[in-house]
Ligand binder design. Structure first.
Ligand code: HEM
Length: 418
């Protein structure tokens, strides 16, 4: 066994916060390896990147997720008691619940709800001076996912519930007042969803049996017990919150359309395959989650380096999506690269890798892809708009990283009525 290369600074937390998407790749390149050791939040952490690293990271016999999320992330982004922090049979059983709801054939209703709401919004936009696309997408997705999930949402509450859900992913990485607002937002959101779970169990609210609200409220663990109402609220939030977070990808789609007018032109007259390739390239090219975390179950050796029991490990998602050994010209935006793509589950990993059922790969990939397709289609074919002067560069120290202006459009014209 050889000693793993190590960063020599006392603690790299600030360096990581300054450049979260490029930190791991940068240091892997400096050390000339796919793994190095550093210290984050005063703890020793191994950072890894690349296809081979992804394969070992998603081997559930080697890594655990219990107690891995830092407390500030658990209190904002994830909540406590949800599927992200589970292992083994209990994880697979809980994950089945998500997979029964979220696969490609189950989400058509959500896609249709969202399409109708987008079409209504385009009509409203044509009467507005300016539209901030990020916020608009969040509202569309909040309305659509609540309707689809069987979560009752009064139209007067769309604004408030959107702000609460958005705070959970927009401010999870912040410190100070934004972090505290995200914690308040989580408490409010969980209280709301807990109330709905209790009403379903008491029979005072009866959503259709194939909705997420009904399925989560009635889910039983491996011992046959209903989930604690609080945990059920966390899992229902695990469907609403990330669906609203697709708004960041939607803004990135708009950014890509703006930066690549020829691609936009092609999509306006293009095929379903063109749209799919475009969306996959947005997921590969643009930053979203920089890395995923786990801890070593029992010590093992990988590429000659020791991985001691209990050591925290970060897998570089963004860096693997930009690894030049996998992707030709990785820093160029080129949807055509997906025309002949082999579907390797360890190379395109913006939402995790490996098998959806067995490990922690995101069960919401089909929702993300379909919502991005709907929104791109609306922007490329349903309306014309201008992109006024604004700060469009991607804020790489923001999580998720989106254009600083949140993407403003103006002079929107609804093409369907022309
Ligand atoms: C906005 C786009 C999305 C991105 C970038 C994203 C990304 C991710 C990532 C990186 C993971 C963790 C992978 C790992 O730990 O190894 C994850 C897990 C998860 N995602 Fe997503 N996701 C998105 C959308 C969604 C949607 C739409 C849903 C549900 C409707 C969803 C539900 C979940 C759940 C429940 C988990 C935990 C899975 C587990 O621990 O087994 N996500 N996602």
């Amino acid at each position: 066994m050889t000693q793993m290369p190590s960063n020599t600074s006392f603690d790299d937390t600030l360096a990581l916060a300054r450049d979260p998407y490029r930190y791991i790749s940068k240091h892997c390149e400096r050390h000339g390896t796919d793994a190095f050791q550093t210290r984050l939040l005063l703890q020793k952490v191994i950072c890894m990147r690349g296809e081979e690293a992804a394969k070992v990271f998603y081997d559930t016999s080697r890594f655990s997720r219990v107690g891995v999320a830092p407390s500030r992330i658990a209190k904002t982004l994830f909540g406590r008691g949800g599927v992200q922090g589970m292992d083994g049979k209990a994880h697979c059983h809980r994950k089945m619940m998500f997979m029964s709801l979220l696969t490609e054939d189950k989400i058509g209703g959500l896609t249709q709800f969202a399409r109708d709401i987008w079409n209504r919004r385009v009509l409203q936009w044509s009467r507005m001076d300016q539209v901030v696309l990020y916020r608009q997408a969040q509202e569309v997705l909040t309305e659509a996912v609540c309707q689809w999930a069987g979560v009752p949402l009064d139209p007067a509450d769309v604004d408030r519930r959107t702000s609460e859900l958005a705070a959970l992913f927009d401010y999870a990485g912040n410190i100070g007042p934004k972090h505290w607002w995200a914690r308040i937002a989580r408490n409010r959101n969980e209280a709301w969803l807990r109330g709905i779970v209790k009403q379903i169990r008491a029979g005072t609210y009866q959503p259709p049996e194939d909705t997420a609200a009904f399925i989560v409220a009635n889910h039983r663990d491996l011992d046959g017990n209903l989930l604690d109402a609080q945990v059920a609220a966390v899992e229902l939030n695990n469907i609403l919150r990330p669906t609203v977070a697709v708004s960041a990808y939607i803004v990135q789609c708009a950014h890509a359309l703006h930066e690549h007018p020829a691609t936009r032109e092609k999509l306006a007259n293009g095929s379903a395959d063109d749209l799919w390739c475009f969306v996959q390239e947005v997921r590969r090219f643009y930053p979203f989650f920089p890395f995923a975390g786990a801890k070593v179950k029992e010590s093992f050796e990988w590429q000659g380096y020791p991985f001691p029991t209990g050591r925290k490990v970060l897998l570089d998602l963004y860096g693997t999506n930009h690894d030049p050994r996998i992707w030709d010209r990785p820093d160029e935006f080129d949807p055509e690269r997906f025309r002949e793509w082999d579907g390797n589950p360890f190379t395109l990993i913006p939402q995790g890798g490996g098998d959806h059922h067995e490990n922690h790969r995101c069960p919401g990939e089909w929702i993300a892809i379909e919502q991005m397709k709907v929104a791109t289609d609306v922007l490329a074919t349903r309306c014309d708009y201008e992109v006024p002067a604004q700060t469009l560069d991607i804020a790489m120290n923001r999580l998720p990283a989106i254009p600083r202006s949140h993407f403003i459009i103006s002079n929107v014209q609804n093409k369907a009525s022309n």
